[in-house]
Design a protein around this ligand. Structure first.
Ligand code: PDD
Length: 287
């Protein structure tokens, strides 16, 4: 595996960053996860836009213009001879003296890795996965805005530990007011009476790229979409539920806190939106 490190491709075993990197010392950095299908990055411009948003939100000047970052992402997929790939870009504050002042770090560290994408087990899609509503609350937007895709992931890791202890595949965090926010690495949707519900951005979530596309595809298909705050009880009463992210696409959720969702089987709206998502991937690849 060749890793992109500050403008060069280096073999994995030589891809090293300083122990004084503020990404390591303080979790001071940002990242994006992308997926490549057939050698092409899917929705790259949306991920780059969010990378810029995250950089601005932490006062980090990107080391390269966005189009060149896009080029480096594509190049990392290419030099590794990959077609279906999991691609991750991380930009940290860079190495510097100990201290919180970003000015201590003159040059950010930029790393891109790409590896072969391994499909999720088929039964996750055929039978659905389980989620647990965890005690750990999503960061308050006035403390650490969830809209920043930052490498400081302890909030989500605490939630993930709870989910693992509960035997669930994904942990669902509530916001500071007790409304459903999002998963540790995913956005959440529910379906009730053929209408699609998902927490609005004001609830304090990451604006998922997949979430955005699902909302667009649902609107195009004439499905009524409600973006608003709702309590966890509404999730339990849903006919269907699913989670989304770049790698999972649309993953059916069939158990919440050990209880079945709807019939306990992935529902028709979830199947329809997964199919629409995959059609969109195929369409983008052709153009
Ligand atoms: N995670 N919410 C959180 C907290 C996330 O970390 C992610 C993505 C999402 C979904 O975003 P998108 O649809 O843009 O992938 C929502 C990625 C996959 C990760 O952590 O690697």
């Amino acid at each position: 595996m060749l890793v992109y490190l500050n403008g060069e491709f280096v073999p994995k075993q030589n891809a090293m960053v300083s122990v004084f990197d503020h990404g390591f010392l303080y979790g001071d950095g940002i990242y994006e996860t992308l997926r490549a299908y057939g050698g092409s990055l899917f929705l790259a411009e949306k991920h780059l836009f969010r990378l810029q948003h995250s950089a601005d939100a932490i006062s980090l000047k990107l080391p390269l213009p966005l189009d060149r970052i896009g080029g480096a992402l594509t190049e990392t997929v290419r030099v590794n001879g990959l077609r279906d790939a999991y691609v991750r870009i991380q930009i940290s504050r860079g190495p510097g003296e100990i201290g919180l002042d970003p000015a201590l770090c003159p040059a950010p560290t930029m790393v891109i890795t790409a590896k072969q994408f391994t499909d999720y087990p088929q039964n996750y899609y055929e039978q659905g996965v389980s989620v647990a509503v965890v005690e750990t609350r999503r960061n308050h937007p006035l403390a650490l805005p969830p809209s920043i895709k930052g490498t400081n992931f302890l909030n989500n890791i605490l939630a993930k530990i709870e989910a693992i202890e509960a035997g669930a595949y994904e942990g669902i965090m509530l916001n500071w007011e007790g409304f459903v926010a999002e998963g540790t690495i995913s956005n959440i949707f529910s379906v009730r009476d053929s209408e699609l519900y998902t927490p609005g951005l004001e609830v304090g979530i990451l604006e998922g790229v997949t979430r955005g596309l699902i909302l667009e595809l649902a609107a195009r298909a004439g499905i009524a979409v409600r973006e608003r705050a709702f309590p966890p009880e509404e999730l339990s009463m849903a006919d269907e539920c699913f989670i989304t992210n770049t790698t999972m696409e649309v993953m059916p959720v069939t158990r919440i806190d050990g209880r079945p969702v709807g019939t306990g089987r992935p529902g028709p709206m979830t199947a329809r939106l997964l199919a629409a998502y995959r059609n969109e991937v195929a369409r983008c690849l052709k153009t």
